[in-house]
Every structure is written in structure tokens, then in C-alpha cells.
Design a protein around this ligand. Structure first.
Ligand SMILES: *[C@@H]1O[C@H](CO)[C@@H](O)[C@H](O)[C@H]1NC(C)=O
Ligand SMILES: *[C@@H]1O[C@H](CO)[C@@H](O)[C@H](O)[C@H]1NC(C)=O
Length: 343
């Protein structure tokens, strides 16, 4: 329904002379799914589409409301940030002097998750358990510009069991602003969008999807896999659902030709939308390109890059300039930089 709304907006705007009646769009994360859906519905009206932080639409619509490949890069991202932490030192990373190698530091943090999971601690009216600790840990890989140095201070507090009230305040401030996938808005959208319905409480597909998600990451599986079981219970169906498949049983893409080629964008260390999904979705859309950023965080705004800005300007320009497929862009801001927001 929302995908169709995009075209309703285009139609309304078309009454103005300078509008061309075609879609010019930059869709991030769930917006990339909306963009792919509207492109599949109205391929002839796609004038400029940048899809950024890609959700695999086949996974999303034809599983229980989760893209089971979403977390494929999250462990690599976590390791990458810890290794940068050791390089940058204690002036910007409060965890830099705990162990001397990144794998050791990772082991220390995972042991901490287990410790809080088996012995939860109450602080400031909340329970700090393993899931809570993971929700703090994922911050350093999901929102890398600006917030990481501060987040490491709170991770250290968790390690030492100090200032837990402060940790809870940090968690509350963060999660009031962003969803972790366990609120009703997200379930209402994702669970209504999905095409399949559960056949019963032990639906094998649900068990497979949950295992797949846990297998795809050692660290963060539990943060999203729960959506699958919530969706399996969801009774409501969205209106005007998009039910077509994007890939056949053998994984071959169904090919869609849009008016102008789509530009797909992925970060190599995006913890929730891996480049693999950008490549998969690009295979569905004829002539589309993939821009791969050597970057951390979710979608392209997580770390500034002049190279990316130049590609976007060229793409949206009057004479559409497409990058070569699989072009790689470096970024200009480090994970541990503070107060640097160029552009
Ligand atoms: C890493 O640091 C933790 C916490 O100080 C310590 O318990 C552990 O032994 C260290 N690991 C190694 C391999 O030194
Ligand atoms: C997940 O891993 C377990 C244990 O390694 C394995 O038995 C299971 O088949 C895997 N499941 C999926 C869906 O990959």
C-alpha cells in the first residue's frame, strides 16, 4: 500500500508544470524495500532510484517478517570496530587497554554478555540481561559517526559493573529514538506485509528461519530473530499486499526492466543490511548498479564519503551518470572520530 502511495504523491505533484510524473527517490533501509516494490509495480515510471541499505525483498515478504540474511555482516563489523579501537587507543576508545588483541577483546565482551544473561542485574528500574548488553554493543556498529567513543565508555561501565544507572539512561535515550524491532509499529508493518502465514506454533519454516538467523551471527542473532515468532502469531493481513516472488526456487532472479537503471548502495560492514543483499536485489533489476562502500554502519549516511556524494550527484544529475558496477567508495570519517561531520 505504501509503495502505491509513493506514486499517488508523484501523480498529485504532476499537476505542477516542472514535475515529470516520474519517481525520483532515495530509499534507505525499509525505504529500499519500498523502492524495490514500487519499481516492480511501476517499472516504466522509475526515473531515478537510489536504494541504500538493502533489504532482500524475497526474504522479507516470503519469510516471517524478517530478512534472514540481514545480520550476515554484523560479526565482521563488530570485529572491525574492535580492531580500530585497539589502533586508536584509550583517548577515544575506552576499551583499548583491556586486552591486547581484537579477538581477545571480543571474547571478553562475549563473556560479559553471558555473565549478564545468567546473572541479570537490576538498575534504574530496568533489568540488565544479555539482550540489554547486546543492544548496547550493537550501537558501536550501527551508528558509527560520533557516538562510538561515548558508547565504549558505557560498555566499559558494564564490564566493571559500575555506573549501571548511567548505562540504563544511555540505553533509554537511544532506544526512545530508534526501534530495536520489538515495538508494535514494526511488528504491525513487517508482519502485515509478509505473504506467508504460520501453519501452527511449531511451523518448520519458522524454526528454520530462526536457526538461519542465529547461525548467521555469533553475536547478534537474538536481537532480530524474535520478530519471526512475533510475526508467526500476527493475525492481520495488510491490504494490497505485494505477493510476487523475486527469485524462483533455484534462486534465479525474475528480471525487471525499469525506465532508468536503479543504483543500489551497500556498506561492507553494515550490521543489518549486508552488501550481499544489494547484489542480490541488483540481479533482479536489469541494468542496475551496485555501489559498495568500504564503510561501517547502517546505510550510506552512517559515514561520510566524498566519493559517495559524487556518485549520488552524478546519478541524480540532469545527465544521469552511472558508476561502473561494483564500484567501491572509501569513506572520509573514522569510526572513532568525534565532532567531525564534513559535508
Ligand atoms: C582480556 O581481558 C580480560 C579482562 O581484563 C581478562 O580477564 C582476560 O584474561 C584477557 N584475555 C587475555 C587473553 O589476556
Ligand atoms: C544452524 O546450525 C545448526 C548447528 O550448526 C545446524 O544443525 C542447522 O542445520 C543450521 N540451520 C540453518 C537453518 O542453517
Amino acid at each position: 500500500m505504501v509503495a502505491r502511495d509513493l506514486m499517488a504523491v508523484v501523480d498529485s505533484l504532476h499537476t505542477f508544470e516542472e514535475e515529470d510524473g516520474l519517481l525520483h527517490y532515495w530509499g534507505i533501509s525499509y525505504g529500499s524495500l519500498l523502492g524495490a516494490t514500487v519499481a516492480a509495480l511501476f517499472p516504466d515510471r522509475m526515473e531515478r532510484l537510489i536504494l541504500d541499505g538493502i533489504v532482500n525483498a524475497e526474504n522479507y515478504y516470503h519469510h516471517f517478517g524478517i530478512d534472514i540474511d540481514q545480520l550476515l555482516s554484523s560479526d565482521d563489523a563488530f570485529r572491525g570496530v574492535l580492531s580500530d579501537c585497539l589502533k586508536i587507543g584509550t583517548s577515544r576508545c575506552a576499551l583499548a587497554d583491556i586486552n591486547s588483541t581484537a579477538p581477545e577483546l571480543e571474547a571478553t565482551l562475549l563473556a560479559m554478555v553471558d555473565r549478564y544473561q545468567s546473572n541479570p542485574v537490576a538498575a534504574a528500574g530496568k533489568v540488565i540481561n544479555g539482550k540489554f548488553v547486546k543492544e548496547i554493543l550493537i550501537v558501536i556498529i550501527k551508528y558509527p559517526t560520533g557516538i562510538v567513543p561515548l558508547a565504549t565508555v558505557y560498555i566499559r561501565s558494564l564490564l566493571e559493573g559500575k555506573n549501571l544507572d548511567g548505562v540504563v539512561a544511555f540505553h533509554t535515550a537511544l532506544y526512545n529514538a530508534v526501534s530495536m524491532g520489538d515495538n508494535d509499529a514494526l511488528t504491525g508493518i513487517a508482519c502485515s506485509d509478509k505473504v506467508i502465514r504460520a501453519t501452527g506454533p511449531t511451523d518448520q519454516k519458522l524454526i528454520d528461519d530462526t536457526n538461519h538467523m542465529f547461525n548467521s551471527t555469533k553475536i547478534f542473532g537474538g536481537l532480530l530473530a524474535g520478530i519471526a515468532s512475533q510475526c508467526a502469531e500476527w493475525p492481520l493481513e495488510g491490504r494490497g499486499k505485494y505477493t510476487e516472488h523475486w527469485f524462483d526456487e533455484e534462486g534465479r532472479p525474475r528480471v525487471i526492466k525499469t525506465r532508468k537503471p536503479i543504483l543500489f548502495v551497500g556498506n561492507r560492514y553494515d550490521p543489518v543490511t549486508p552488501v550481499k543483499s544489494a547484489v542480490a536485489m541488483s540481479s533482479v533489476f536489469e541494468g542496475s548498479r551496485v555501489l559498495e562502500r568500504d564503510a561501517f554502519g547502517h546505510a550510506s549516511m552512517a559515514q561520510w564519503s566524498d566519493c559517495t556524494a559524487e556518485v549520488f550527484r552524478g546519478y541524480f544529475g540532469e545527465e544521469m551518470v552511472l558508476p561502473e558496477d561494483k564500484k567501491v567508495c572509501e569513506v572520509d570519517v573514522g569510526v572513532f572520530d568525534v565532532g567531525v561531520f564534513p559535508g
